[in-house]
Design a protein around this ligand. Structure first.
Ligand SMILES: *Cc1c(COP(=O)(O)O)cnc(C)c1O
Length: 435
């Protein structure tokens, strides 16, 4: 494809874009279980209106766009209050959970380097998001991944054993993406306090669900800044906050910790330069959309959404548990879960569900199918469970086929087991653009 010499009419291009979507996962029909968080069409229209209003504004400059800076400050303040912050809590908006985690880990590293020489180390549950591994790679930190307990929660005793003289950071999830389990954060917080370590809680998934389930009387263990020892916490707006993509918040118990997140230099010849996060130019529209989402839903809206997604998840999980041969992993805290089979090939089962029009994310350890439940799944529970029962009855007996590994969340294709896995992943990334 070449850049056309003459521009083409908008209507024709929009029609072409609409047609392009034909091969995508049918998330709007509830046919896939991740990647998209859609509340309803009215909400999507409201987000789009806010985004459109600020489509050209650039959140890089607070002085050029005090409007955007004001919205960011309000968003951070609302999330800080939601997650039990107090007057000392500081935070920032970022482009997503990955950036929130990268920044918290970078802040921890720079704080640690003030008092230590050498290369820092971090202790991360194996269930934690790979953004922690990415942070370790980017910021030259050693990392120990600690196996989860049989209930799929992080294991504080094993984390304690993994702490060494260069350990700077502990991580925990609320909940974890692979299994939807909230780690025992009060215990890990005690460990952080006792050993003088930074604890980052990844509440990217749970920040806009767990507080509202607790308000509705569900048993939700403490996970946020109310827990002693929690130094920083990440909360994605673009997941269960139902804000536009490109929005998350990272919070620090103290502003002094956040200062290590920032980049400042007086060495740039044109003049002083300061930047809070990884990005330069940032879309003002995403900030406006996030601001609108929080105000439009309010606490009562999020309470209703949390109750809805929990109800749908429970219907799905109990339906799955009732299908002979299938089993949900652990006791998921909210609307994210995985299920496996002890006597069927679960990956072959996912393939046959695909033939019925369902796109299911696969994961490993043990081989399982993963689901993130949102309101688009409300109407499909019965049909999904009927198709799943049928596919399970036909699935080949025995454990999941060896010879390939599942690529979670549609990020990378399944890997052949025999060849260099990292090389295969790099090839799949290179193939993305075809150039
Ligand atoms: C989605 C997610 C992340 C990463 O967030 P992105 O917005 O995809 O960058 C981190 N942790 C958890 C638990 C998540 O679900």
């Amino acid at each position: 494809v070449s850049l056309p010499e003459l521009g083409r009419p908008t209507a024709e291009l929009i029609a072409e874009l609409a047609a392009l979507r034909g091969g995508d996962w049918r998330w709007r029909a509830g046919r896939s279980f991740g990647l998209v968080y859609h509340l309803d069409d009215d909400h999507a229209d409201a987000l789009a209106a806010a985004q459109r209003l600020f489509a050209a504004e650039n959140a890089v400059s607070a002085s050029a766009f005090p409007s955007v800076a004001r919205m960011e400050a309000e968003v951070v303040a609302m999330v800080a209050e939601l997650l039990s912050g107090d007057a000392g809590t500081a935070g920032a908006m970022t482009s997503g959970g990955t950036e929130s985690i990268l920044l918290a880990v970078k802040a921890c590293r720079d704080a640690w380097k003030l008092g230590h020489a050498g290369r820092p180390h971090m202790v991360v549950p194996a269930s934690a998001h790979p953004a922690f591994l990415k942070a370790a790679a980017y910021f030259e930190i050693d990392v120990t991944q600690v196996a989860w307990r049989p209930d799929f929660a992080a294991d504080p005793a094993a984390m304690r054993s993994a702490i060494g003289p260069r350990t700077a950071l502990l991580a925990a999830s609320a909940p974890s993406l692979p299994h939807g389990i909230v780690d025992p954060i009060p215990e890990i917080g005690q460990l952080a306090v006792a050993r003088g370590l930074w604890l980052h809680v990844d509440a990217c998934l749970g920040a806009f669900v767990l507080p509202f389930l607790r308000e509705a009387g569900e048993p939700v263990a403490p996970f946020d800044l109310s827990v002693p020892g929690v130094t920083s916490i990440s909360a994605d707006l673009h997941k269960y906050g139902f804000a536009p993509k490109g929005t998350s918040v990272v919070l620090y118990r103290e502003a002094a910790a956040r200062r290590h997140q920032f980049f400042a230099t007086d060495a740039w010849v044109p003049g002083p330069f300061g930047s809070p996060g990884l990005l330069g130019t940032r879309p003002g529209g995403s900030v406006a959309g996030a601001w609108l989402a929080l105000h439009r839903n309010g606490r009562s809206g999020y309470r209703r959404i949390a109750a809805r997604v929990l109800g749908v998840s429970r219907a799905l999980m109990s339906g799955i548990a009732a299908i002979p041969g299938l089993r949900v992993l652990g006791s998921p805290a909210m609307s994210v879960f995985a299920f496996t089979s002890d006597d069927r090939d679960i990956l072959a089962l996912a393939d046959s569900m695909e033939e019925k029009g369902w796109r299911l994310d696969r994961q490993d350890g043990p081989p399982a199918i993963h689901a993130v439940v949102t309101p688009v799944h409300e109407p499909i529970v019965g049909e999904f469970l009927a198709d799943l029962a049928d596919a399970t009855a036909r699935a080949p007996a025995g454990p999941a086929r060896v010879g390939r590994r599942a690529g979670p969340y549609g990020l990378v294709g399944d890997l052949a087991a025999e060849a260099d896995p990292v090389g295969q992943i790099l090839e799949s990334l290179e193939a993305r653009w075809g150039v």
